[in-house]
Design a protein around this ligand. Sequence first.
Ligand code: TMP
Length: 212
Amino acid sequence: MFITLEGIEGSGKTTQVNNIIRFFEKRGDDCIVTREPGGTEIGKQIRTILLNPGNRNLFPLAELLLYAADRAQHLKEKIIPELSSGKTVICDRFFDATTIYQGFARGLDMKLIQNLHHIVLDDLKPDLTILFDLPVKTGLTRAWKQIDEGSRSNAETRFEKEALAFHEKVRSGYLELAGQEPDRIRIIDASNDKKKVSEEIMAILTHELENR
Ligand code: TMP
């Protein structure tokens, strides 16, 4: 099973990953957690370029191609082999982030992005995507608090530094996408406290597994 987590900055995806692993381990399922960008050693190098706030001159097309390169490496090196060996793969962001950040928010041609997805993904799609939704200001406040406290790296703030309007586009893009694919993309209210968010995720996972 291939599960992806999506959402705006500060939506709490990374915090919930441990609860998701525990859920699968309790069932006796083998699972791995990974992320994009940066799910492989080569991907970590690409991540450094993509998230470095000093890279203000990175053109949107170059940004898109770097995400695609990270994903191509990640799929071949990790995601496909792990899925083939029967493991559940949980990925913190995947191709929907490209559709939303580079397409919806940056305004790159959606057709180009779909073509790239076609080349890179080779028809692989997540079985389930959990969209962590919350107001942009709440998310950004959380993200900057984590950065100020040192639990998130200050060297990875290129997107946090985008204008509020950019993040509003990201949020509305994700909600629109979820509306187009309600069977795959499940929205949770990430403005709730951690316990409530975790319960909502567990209910979605239980329902998904019962209906597979
Ligand atoms: P994160 O690891 O904190 O989620 O940061 C990754 C950032 O990269 C986040 O701001 C979203 C952005 N991103 C894209 O713009 N396109 C993509 O395809 C992916 C995977 C992430």
